[in-house]
Design a protein around this ligand. Structure first.
Ligand SMILES: Cc1cc2nc3c(=O)[nH]c(=O)nc-3n(C[C@H](O)[C@H](O)[C@H](O)COP(=O)(O)OP(=O)(O)OC[C@H]3O[C@@H](n4cnc5c(N)ncnc54)[C@H](O)[C@@H]3O)c2cc1C
Length: 332
């Protein structure tokens, strides 16, 4: 059963647009037609709407492809011009610098399709599909396996890269394979073993490989009411234990086992501590929330402050889970 398809037919490959010319919109912003597509690349596009923190400067160039061919055309365009490529999924694990990002930023959120195969119990999904939406869709069909993921507000691509997880499950446990776009423009299918998974980590992090699609093994045939009830329970647990009412990136730091980062931060007396609009959440000390008007630099400085305070008290240097992109002032 195919649940969704690419919404609309914009930003697709087209033979009509080959001759379209660069259009200058204003002194600061340009819109360029991507060769052989009807998709545009914009300059100086603000990224704050593309991160769950709601902060960040502008992308030098920005593209939001709606299909694989346009994604490939975008990476080709970047390669020909020597532009770096940065991939943004739902931006729910990103801190983008106030100074913005150089090169081409590609947002994958419009790469959408999903197919539930009744015979194999496999769910094949495009990189831009939303993890919570898939968890709800699977539950409504009576497919078990994604209940744990309902509170993770990322895309499939981001989850495969980050090895997203919760409630003692993670994406690596159910990943059958991931389709990857290589820098030379070709596609390759990789297995979890080839992706080198461990806690919130994969070999994809820091690489120039792009996840375009993933296949997950689920278990069909359960009572939808039962799967929906478990999914709702997980969602409810999140809402009561984590601050979903303010912009955040979820947990900021990895848990330095055997400790939890949240416990260390709370015991250091940092709950509620604020720099500018960025605050250590009262509800969960491993969350930094944007209380309104925060800059990326406020969040960055709060991360550094927490690291130093926890180091002084516990001799443990907390490693960020959040991916920091762009330039940040080393001193706060
Ligand atoms: C309220 C809240 C709760 C959260 N709870 C959890 C939780 O319980 N468990 C958990 O694991 N995480 C959690 N997170 C963090 C986050 O949702 C996950 O890390 C998620 O998997 C990130 O997906 P994304 O699409 O937003 O990726 P992004 O944040 O956009 O990107 C993350 C990294 O992946 C790369 N990337 C993204 N898509 C692709 C792609 N298609 N190809 C190649 N690289 C790509 C980016 O370049 C970046 O390096 C939470 C976040 C929030 C805001």
């Amino acid at each position: 059963m195919t649940i969704s398809q690419a919404a609309g037919n914009v930003c697709t490959v087209s033979t009509l647009a080959t001759e379209k010319q660069e259009t200058v919109n204003s002194a600061e912003s340009q819109v360029i037609y991507l060769p052989n597509t009807d998709c545009t690349i914009k300059s100086q596009a603000s990224l704050s709407a593309f991160t769950s923190y709601r902060v960040g400067g502008a992308a030098e160039w920005f593209l939001a492809p709606r299909n694989l061919e346009t994604l490939q055309a975008g990476t080709r365009y970047a390669k020909e011009r020597g532009l770096s490529v940065t991939i943004v999924g739902a931006g729910s694990n990103l801190l983008v610098s106030d100074r913005g990002l150089p090169g081409l930023v590609i947002a994958t959120r419009h790469l959408r399709h999903s197919h539930f195969d009744q015979e194999t119990g496999q769910l094949t999904v495009a990189a831009g599909e939303s993890i919570p939406s898939l968890a709800w869709a699977a539950a409504e069909l009576g497919w078990e396996g994604l209940e744990w993921a309902v509170g993770i507000p990322g895309t499939v691509g981001g989850a495969v890269v980050m090895n997203a997880g919760a409630h003692n499950s993670c994406i690596a446990d159910m990943l059958v394979s991931a389709q990857i776009l290589l820098p030379d423009g070709t596609l390759e299918t990789l297995t979890p073993a080839e992706l080198g998974y461990s806690y919130r980590t994969s070999l994809l992090q820091g690489s120039d490989l792009i996840v375009t699609q993933a296949t997950l093994q689920l278990q069909p045939g359960a009572d939808p009411a039962k799967v929906l009830a478990v999914t709702k329970q997980h969602k409810q647990h999140r809402l009561t234990t984590q601050p979903y009412n303010f912009p955040s990136c979820g947990s900021v730091f990895r848990n330095p086992k055997p400790y939890s980062a949240g416990w260390l931060i709370e015991q250091t007396g940092l709950k509620g501590f604020q720099i500018g609009g960025a605050q250590v959440a009262q509800l969960h000390a491993n969350f930094i929330v944007n209380r309104g008007g925060a800059k990326a630099s406020d969040i960055f400085c709060l991360i550094r402050h927490i690291q130093h305070q926890v180091q002084d008290r516990w001799s443990i240097w907390l490693e960020p889970e959040v991916k920091m992109l762009g330039e940040f002032q080393p001193a706060c």
